[in-house]
Design a protein around this ligand. Structure first.
Ligand code: VG1
Ligand code: CO
Length: 583
């Protein structure tokens, strides 16, 4: 058995290692700088403290993007030298973000051990490859992303770090082969265990959903299904779950072989980047296929996001979480005894609020980023939550979960069609959404992203908006000067959140303008980009009049969009006449 010694290496701090909305994301070339990754990993171990490191089991894996394989070997050696007892790795270093969360919470090793945390190697929906993005984040015992107390501590440590530990004599571990490699170090045994990427996750899904009901739905001659993995890690799960468990045709999967560079694309499940799926579902601008499938879905690079489509029909993520919440108790066995509460991120539309109000459920509005849902779920206050950014999930884990959302929608479809005989009129995705709008009203919603804007220009936009908030009457004069056909603003502020569980306060979480008629404009800077700044503009209008809920979103929202862009002087400050992406 190979043995290793612990070597102390000197290093010096790298700037800018502050984790953003979900971990540290930078260009691969940045991560390749001498000791860049080493510093961050060692800083995490320092910040965690020996109690949470020595003798512990830690998961290391990710979406398989370029640089993951090197990163895994580096982390194994630093972990061994810091006294970690065991590393768990998905085969080929592949584990989706939700699967990591599930493994931390549920997997029990051969000696009864459980994982105390994980390094997740992903930059999520950002592109991958030698000139694209890499990312790393740490998740803690509850399976969720580290909270700000810890990420701030990690960051502070990176600013002064001058040494790290690494295991000398420890060979690279073969992560392609399932099995355990054992070593000895000064603290005793050290193991690296490689296991199947999908087993734990598939087991969890089986315990949540009625897979036989979904299987029956997929077998209906009048139903058809397709899933696009966008070359991300979702592919490692899709074949097992959809083909092996649910007997979907293999041809219903596309881009389901994980690639280091995601085939050169953005692994981001939205109408802009999931081009192939959009076309297949009849939503493309050119040449719609004769008969698109009834249901289509996609996930992002690390499989925590999802997009749900019906035949020629797009479901907004804000509607999706509201519809799942409205139907969960009837359709999904896991929720049969009722929902403990629901939550959404601030910029997500208020569709979920209306459902919560109607079903008398506890409701929470948190800042952007999944970590804010964790405390609520740990305290038993929230069962289902979602973000407008194509993130949906529940308290089965502490991350958003792309494939869970797909199964949730298939469950709802199965339930709605359980009494529809073959040859009867299938209840479609579109029917479900339109029915929902008729019952609860519709929240028209769109988001404009301005990517890679000059950081100073972005700051000017934000400063200007905050300044405007100082007088509502003056603000309303400007707004009515831009458009006379929008309601007046009744309130404007910067969103601040006090966590009801631990009392911690997060301020400056987005600039809000709330209108008399329930419409909203929200502006915030992204915390996941790797270069420059990204400005996100969120635009929402609530319409209850049944005659109007079927309208076109961009058309309906045009006046508000106009107000939003002129109010923030987008073009003047950033020189951008149009957004990079509209979702
Ligand atoms: C974005 C989304 C946010 C999401 C985050 C991580 O953050 O807006 O809702 O939680 O990405 O998702 P930001 O700060 O760029 O707006 V993922 O799938 O990139 O881990
Ligand atoms: Co993601």
């Amino acid at each position: 058995m190979a043995s290793f010694t612990v070597a102390k290496r000197t290093t010096s701090p790298h700037e800018g290692q502050k984790p953003g909305t979900s971990g540290l994301r930078k260009k691969v070339t940045e991560f390749q700088k001498e000791n860049y990754l080493h510093n961050f990993v060692q800083a995490t171990f320092f910040a965690l403290g020996e109690d949470k490191v020595k003798g512990k089991t830690i998961v290391v894996s990710g979406d398989g993007r370029y640089f993951s394989r090197e990163a895994i070997q580096i982390i194994i050696k630093i972990a061994a030298a810091n006294g970690v007892r065991r590393i768990w790795i998905g085969q080929n270093g592949l584990l989706s973000t939700p699967a990591v969360s599930a493994i931390i919470r549920n997997r029990v090793g051969q000696e009864g051990e459980k994982a105390s945390g994980a390094f997740i190697l992903t930059a999520s929906h950002n592109p991958g490859g030698p000139h694209e993005d890499f990312g790393i984040k740490y998740n803690t015992e509850n399976g969720g992303p580290a909270l700000e107390g810890l990420t701030n501590k990690i960051y502070e440590t990176t600013t002064t770090i001058n040494e790290f530990y690494t295991a000398d004599g420890l060979p690279d571990v073969d992560i392609a082969q399932i099995g355990t490699s054992s070593f000895t170090g000064p603290d005793g045994p050290f193991d690296v265990e490689v296991f199947d990427s999908a087993d734990d996750y598939v087991k969890l899904m089986k315990s949540i959903f009625d897979l036989s009901a979904i299987k029956e739905l997929l077998a209906r001659p009048d139903f058809s299904f397709c899933f696009d993995g966008l070359h991300g890690v979702a592919g490692a799960y899709a074949t097992k779950l959809f083909v092996q468990e649910l007997s979907a045709k293999e041809s219903s999967l596309c881009n389901c072989i994980p690639k280091e560079d995601f085939g050169g694309g953005h692994p981001d499940p939205n109408l802009t980047y999931a081009k192939e799926l959009v076309l297949r579902m009849g939503l493309g601008k050119t040449g719609p296929p004769a008969d698109p499938p009834e249901f289509g879905a996609a996930a992002d690079g690390d499989a925590d996001r999802n997009m749900i489509l019906g035949k020629r029909f797009f479901v907004t993520p804000s509607d999706s979480v509201a519809i799942i919440a409205a139907n969960a108790v009837d359709s999904i066995p896991y929720f049969r005894s009722g929902l403990k509460g629901v939550a959404r991120s601030m910029p997500t539309s208020a569709a979920l609020d209306v459902v919560a109000n109607n079903l008398k459920l506890r409701f929470f509005e948190v800042p952007t980023g999944w970590k804010f849902f964790g405390n609520l779920m740990d305290a038993g206050m929230c069962s289902i939550c979602g973000e407008e950014s194509f993130g949906t999930g529940s308290d089965h884990i502490r991350e958003k979960d792309g494939l869970w959302a797909v199964l949730a929608w298939l469950s709802i479809l199965a339930y709605k069609n359980k009494d529809v005989p073959a040859g009867g009129k299938l209840v479609t995705v579109e029917d479900i959404v339109r029915q929902y709008w008729a019952t609860y009203g519709r929240h028209f919603y769109t988001r404009y992203d301005y990517e890679n804007v000059d950081a100073n220009a972005a700051k000017k936009v934000m400063d200007h908006l905050v300044e405007l908030q100082s007088s509502i009457p003056d603000l309303n004069k400007i707004v009515s000067g831009i458009r006379s056909d929008v309601a007046g603003i009744k309130e404007a502020d910067e969103f601040e959140y006090k966590d009801p569980v631990d009392g911690s306060v997060a301020s400056h979480q987005g600039i809000r303008f709330l209108f008399q008629d329930g419409s909203r404009l929200v502006f915030r800077l992204s915390g996941t980009g790797s270069v420059g700044a990204t400005i996100r503009v969120y635009i929402e209008q609530y319409i209850q009049d049944k005659a109007k809920t079927g309208g076109d979103a961009q058309e309906t929202l045009e006046p508000l969009v106009d107000v939003a862009l002129k109010l923030c002087k987008m073009e003047e400050f950033t020189k951008r006449s149009s957004p990079t992406v509209i979702t």
